[in-house]
Ligand binder design. Structure first.
Ligand code: G3P
Ligand code: CA
Length: 363
């Protein structure tokens, strides 16, 4: 719901931007070509986070391919977005009775061998007559055959293709819900760093960013874990709307939402710059409309003053995902690239973003 409200805000932004399309370029614009991050792979075309979606993304030649990470029962790093298996797999049919009391099937309650028994499909949601595809025009539900995979399997795919095709496409892992994993007695950050180091990602000379919505865990990574492991990876602080409940803290036995507001308040970016190399804001945080006119919020500009890169999420070309008044995905990209001046973007449709950038940022 809150995301929908913010999408509406962005819609209004786009109307105003359309109106001033002939205006002089914004002083916010970034002269460098923004990097393209394949969000969950080529997830606009194949089920997210499958190896097939990653191979297709690779063929589109983005700069980076994203991996969201959660832990299995036996401490394997599984590439998937949610801590639940509910909305992308057939877990309820394969393992009936394995849900927790809250009704969710948690990935952390299943071994890798069990997870490999599951079929993966496009994301679905509950509908009046049963599950329906979240994005109706994407790859059809339950067609073909897809599996969950580990971070190691995905890195081996990308590094293998880098070798056979000769490109240098990077990885962009996200440690999902470290606070949840800590409550389960697990240290997903240390396991992630150890695996990355095993595959040669130790410093800034390798093509990698490491991202998280968890500010305290990123600081722990920067100040404790990476020095201990002799690593120095660039870190991206993702920024959420507090009400999304992206991070929840236990207070007096109850879970309450972590307050993200400090990140956007005076001093917030300065604080982030002490441990991170960039921010990953929701796109709607970068521009607002006042009295019918587009105003960038200044967040991107302020971030650059602190030498923070700006990699917003998530650019989706599905007509259902475009704000109603935006006539095309290209218009959305124009707003972000020319008006806001982003340094990179997470997109489900890397081919379309790359096509736009090749025509509009020829360098
Ligand atoms: O990591 C950037 C973007 O992916 C954050 O949103 O929820 O898709 O992981 P989410
Ligand atoms: Ca992510």
């Amino acid at each position: 719901m809150i995301k929908n409200v913010l999408v509406a805000l962005l819609s209004a932004t786009a109307i105003a931007c359309s109106a001033d399309a002939a205006a002089a370029p914004s002083s916010d614009s970034n002269p460098q070509r923004p990097i393209v991050i394949a969000h969950r792979g080529a997830s606009g075309y194949l089920p997210e986070h499958t190896l097939e979606a990653k191979a297709l993304a690779y063929a589109m030649r983005p700069d980076y391919i994203e991996q969201d990470l959660v832990l299995s029962k036996d401490n394997h790093l599984i590439v998937m977005h949610d801590i639940y298996l509910d909305n992308t797999t057939d877990v309820a049919e394969v393992f009936p009775g394995r849900a927790r009391d809250d009704g969710h099937y948690y990935t952390i309650d299943f071994t890798l061998a069990e997870l490999k028994q599951l079929n993966v499909t496009e994301t679905f949601v509950a509908g009046p007559q049963g599950p329906v595809a979240k994005y109706p025009n994407r790859f059809p539900l339950w067609k073909s055959s897809f599996q969950l995979s580990t971070l190691a399997e995905e890195i081996e795919l990308i590094q293998g293709l880098n070798r056979t095709l000769g490109y240098d496409i990077g990885i962009y892992p996200e440690i999902k819900k470290p606070h949840f994993h800590h409550r389960e007695g697990r240290d997903i950050a240390t396991l992630t760093l150890t695996k990355l180091k095993q595959y040669g990602y130790t410093g800034r000379e390798q093509k990698i960013y490491l991202q998280s919505f968890d500010a305290e865990e990123l600081q722990r990574i920067k100040r404790e874990l990476m020095p201990r492991l002799d690593m120095d990876l660039p870190l991206i602080q993702l920024i959420a709307i507090t009400a999304w409940g992206e991070k929840q803290l236990e207070v007096d036995g109850k879970l309450s939402n972590y307050d993200y507001d400090w990140m956007l308040e005076p001093g917030g970016l300065e604080r982030i710059a002490t441990y991170a190399d960039g921010i990953g804001p929701w796109l709607g945080m970068l521009a607002q409309v006042k009295e019918g006119q587009l105003h960038t919020t200044g967040l991107a500009q302020r971030a650059r003053q602190h030498q923070l890169q700006v990699h917003p999420y998530t650019f989706r070309a599905d007509p259902s995902e475009l704000p109603p008044e935006v006539e095309s995905f290209e218009r959305l990209l124009h707003i972000a690239v020319e008006r806001i001046g982003i340094d990179g973007l997470f997109t489900d449709h890397p081919d379309k973003a790359l096509s736009y950038l090749s025509r509009n940022n020829p360098q």
